[in-house]
Design a protein around this ligand. Structure first.
Ligand SMILES: *Cc1c(COP(=O)(O)O)cnc(C)c1O
Length: 519
């Protein structure tokens, strides 16, 4: 049993201190000499009176209650909670990066600009898209950026298309992003196989439709095998295809959305590219586009000039109000190596009149890009290909081991994840929620539950490529034991978790009225 950590206020002992200050060597004066009465406290602040070791132990113990990828298996479907190699952190914490200021002149930022430029080239190669913006701060933000690009493109063509088609298996952020951009969202139901229904798509994709928003692999963990035809239907009707590529780890190194006919793609660095996520921390959702959509990408674009062509190119580099944020005082000046040999120069180019503008301050969450870049460099081409293979292999291994014990309504093989239905178990008296709670007692994070909506009592399981066979087997054993328990005594499963600091909080109240203050 995990003991409950008291609030730090409960450890308070009058007069106990973390530190002692030297005696004051200037005259004591009342605060009212410096601040108006209205700004002063009516009573003393209620601060905990504790020693340094009380503070250290309290917060260390709390941090150890945190469930995380670094401590336990985390098969949270759709979220790709894979292990983030620590070398990524080391790279992003290098002083040369952390001490940069975004307003520093470009000639002093050549290193980071080169990194961002090279990283964009890697994403292009992996995805088959023609250009990327790294600015969007999350997957959903990438979707919104993509929708803005679609709107700008259609407006430029003089087309008035007001509809976006979204399959009913889409991630919830897809219809939300389209609606936020002012589009009318039309959902089309999946077919019996859990894939986009081609007939329905054809009938729905009219001259009013700006784009189809598709997730591939979809949220059932299935590859949309008709993707070439799907793209053709959209293109023949004069529309575009937006692909939600948050689940790119299933395809990485194996297939490229750009080759499938996709026009816009977002990637989640904080999923596929192994940067940390969760807890509302920073993410990054780069957007890749085809050549014809490149003019609409956010500015500035990071570009490289060979010094030979510097003079011509420099004239075109304008900025916001004639100057770049990286260049507060003057224009781009040339960068030469010490020996005076010509070399590449990285610049931020604002000269894109059709651009949708900025979607994030400066260059977005650059720390995430450094981590993702490090990740790709350390994997190398061979590692990148293995990533996709292992992600798919691990998921199919689990799927195969669990299929006798749980219903798996769609597909016979899966990509990086699969969705089981606990319908059978619910009839016996323990639901998907109960199973999820029971798993916590085994030391596993629960899978995603009740999503996608098209599967009753859904449990969406994504093991990721970083887990060992032993871990997968332990998870299988737990899932089978739980299924067997439900056959005998479902109330035991319902009455869980038993080993966590708290059992089942009122989930609405815990979020809306968290008890953070000591009264
Ligand atoms: C995670 C995810 C998103 C949203 O990404 P955020 O970074 O959380 O905004 C969108 N689509 C799919 C399929 C996802 O898995």
């Amino acid at each position: 049993m995990n003991p409950i950590e008291p609030l730090i206020f409960e450890k308070s002992s009058p007069g106990r201190r973390c530190f002692t200050l030297p005696a004051c060597d200037v005259p004591n004066k009342p605060l009212t000499n410096f601040l108006p009465q209205t700004m002063l406290r009516k009573q003393e602040a209620k601060l905990p009176e504790v020693s340094e070791i009380d503070v250290v132990r309290h917060f260390t113990r709390i941090s150890q209650k945190n469930f995380c990828v670094d401590t336990n298996f985390y098969p949270l479907g759709s979220c790709t909670m894979k292990y983030n190699p620590k070398i990524n952190e080391d790279a992003s914490c290098m002083e040369g990066f952390t001490k940069l200021h975004p307003y520093q002149p470009v000639e002093q930022c050549q290193g980071i600009l080169k990194l961002l430029y090279d990283f964009e080239q890697m994403l292009k190669e992996i995805s088959g898209m023609s250009a990327f913006t790294l600015q969007p701060a999350a997957g959903a933000h990438g979707e919104l950026t993509g929708m803005l690009i679609i709107r700008a493109y259609m407006e430029k063509k003089g087309a008035t298309r007001h509809k976006i088609i979204v399959p009913d298996s889409a991630h919830g952020t897809n219809p939300a992003s389209a609606a936020l951009c002012g589009y009318e969202v039309e959902a089309i139901p999946s077919n019996a196989e859990g894939l986009v229904d081609i007939k329905k798509l054809k009938a729905s994709f009219t001259r009013d439709t700006a784009a189809l928003m598709i997730t591939n692999p979809n949220t059932l963990g299935l590859f949309e095998k008709d993707i070439l035809e799907i793209c053709k239907i959209a293109h023949d009707a004069g529309g575009l295809v937006y692909c939600d590529g948050a689940n790119m780890n299933a395809l990485m190194g194996i297939a490229r959305p750009g080759d499938m006919g996709v026009d816009i793609l977002h990637l989640n660095l904080h999923k596929t590219f192994s940067t940390p996520h969760g807890g509302g921390g920073p993410g990054a959702g780069p957007i890749g586009v085809t050549e014809k959509l490149k003019p609409f990408l956010p500015i500035p674009r990071i570009e490289v000039l060979a010094t030979e062509s510097t003079e011509i190119a420099e004239e075109k580099i304008g900025g916001e109000n004639g100057r770049s944020p990286l260049l507060p005082h003057n224009s781009v000046s040339s960068v030469n190596s010490a020996a005076g040999v010509s070399q590449k120069k990285y610049v931020s180019n604002y000269d894109y009149p059709d651009s949708i503008g900025r979607v994030r301050a400066f260059y977005g969450h650059v720390g995430m890009m450094i981590r993702a870049y490090t990740y790709l460099l350390s994997l190398g081409k061979e590692g990148v290909c293995k990533t996709g293979e292992y992600a798919v292999l691990n998921a199919n291994y689990l799927r195969h081991k669990l299929k006798k014990h749980y219903d798996i309504p769609y597909g016979t093989t899966c990509m990086h994840e699969f969705v089981i239905s606990a319908r059978k178990q619910k009839e016996k008296g323990a639901s998907a929620l109960d199973i999820a709670k029971r798993l916590l007692d085994y030391g596993f994070h629960a899978p995603t539950i009740y999503f996608p909506l098209i599967v009753e009592e859904a449990m969406m399981i994504e093991p990721t490529e970083t887990e060992s066979r032993e871990t997968l087997d332990a998870f299988v054993d737990a899932m089978i034991q739980i299924a067997e328990n439900i056959e005998q005594r479902p109330e035991v499963v319902r009455n869980t978790p038993q080993t966590t600091p708290i059992g089942r909080p009122d989930e609405v109240k815990a979020a809306r009225e968290p008890k953070l203050k000591w009264e």
